[in-house]
Design a protein around this ligand. Sequence first.
Ligand code: PEP
Ligand code: MG
Length: 559
Amino acid sequence: MISIQGKGVSTGVAAGPLYFYQRAKTTLRRYKVENAEAEWARFKAAQEKAIEQLGELAEKARAEAGDEAAMLFETHQMMAEDLDYEETIQASICEELNNAEAAVTDTAAQFAEMFAAMDDAYFQARAADVKDVSTRILGILSGVVQGGIDSDVPVILAADDLAPSETVQLDKSKILGFITEGGSGSSHTAILARTMGIPAIIGVGDQLKAEYEGREVIVDGGTGNVVLDPDEATRERLMQKRAEQIKLRQMLEQLKGQPNETLDGQSVRIYCNIGSPEDVATVQANDAGGIGLFRSEFLYLNCDDYPTEDYQYEAYKKVLSDMAPKEVIIRTLDIGADKQIGYFNLPKEENPALGNRALRICLNRPEIFRTQLRALYRASAFGHLGIMFPMVTSVWEVKEAKKMCRQVMDELTKEGIPFDENVQLGIMIETPAAAVMSDRLAKEVDFFSCGTNDLTQYTLACDRQNNDLGRFFNPHHPAVLRLLKMVTDNAHKNGVWVGICGELGADLELTETFLSIGIDELSVSPRSVLPLRKKVRETTVSACKERLLGDLMSDQITI
Ligand code: PEP
Ligand code: MG
């Protein structure tokens, strides 16, 4: 038995075979072939397989998100069998005797350059397609499985780290738990694991060896412990713990349908954070009052090209109509920082968390923003929508974003397309600038939602992605909590409601503090709804408010 210690970032115990995430190799081997015919046949087989995979993906996309989504993969299919593309590869292999990997790589680069140089935006976008298709073919040629998991049974997935774009594309039915060498508890991969309710452990370093693949492993996402080849006593202990957790969840089930009300009658709304329309099922299963944060960028991360207005409209409409009449707050695109998307072709930055991200991208590239806003407003006719903008620092940004909303509403009116005229507009408070300016910002919007993951990062000047910062990244820091109080006071003075949608919202150690501050809504991962409801229902705010607020503002604080 081998015991490995990491950091638990999503609770629960899970057991299964260990499986290492497969990622396409990036190093290219170049060599001259002796038998060009055999090499050409090798390429043709890989090409055929790629076309087959793309067909399957198109069907899956059609079933899950409609024709528009399937078209992306069908375009890739056409690209894979494009005659010019194929003939260029053939010449490289059969005339220049290059190996298939080199031929595909060179042809992809040549075609991508050619497309990128065209004036027409449609053809420019094909540059990303040709690269994507070629990467798929290269993956098949080098024997690497695209999509990460090639196993018939569910596994405990191990990886050095996982990018959000990789995590969203995984087949969730195949994953019992995650283990990563690196990572951080505030990273989007950890957040996704919590949303999916899958136990996850990060930061195990180099303790996991490739030769462990396939061996039995038990992960405890609460303690951060990984046990390989458990002995009988350990297996029994951990399975017992798992059974107790299941029992506890069953007890929590009794809280379904009960109000989120303290013993002295103060109410708070408990909503959920989601990343895709499929998450709505767990939101409902956990009896949440609404959706407080739909991270819309995960739709973009799941696509190989800019998602069209119709594609987005279908996704938003599905969430809104499935949740109706409950409220759904959809956050506009928040990419940049750790959520990078190839087809956006964003220049590489030294400090991406401080760079071109979220609302900044939307304001700089209004055509992308407009497409999303049109999809959102069109979908608003099917439920109760709120729209919020991420990464705000200034009042002018909000005014500009609102102006875009107005323009979109005018367009839809002219086109005779129905939408809800009263969609609430809000902003995320996740920069110290937004918190400090909250008195002014409150005059512009209907609600604030505090993104404490970023608010902690920016207030404490502490990278949320860096696990080594340990105790320096402290979301309980009074600087963060004082800002939350200030924001809430400013909001309430202006008739604006306030939520918390960062991970801190589910931290039961702070529930009494949030209630004392007067937070109106807490938006958490679906599995956190019922434990949070339990905590709220056991609290008497009047008994702790004075002490907690006094502590928070005390001049004795020295941290
Ligand atoms: C946050 O910053 O707290 C937040 C909710 O947004 P994200 O984690 O997606 O940056
Ligand atoms: Mg954020």
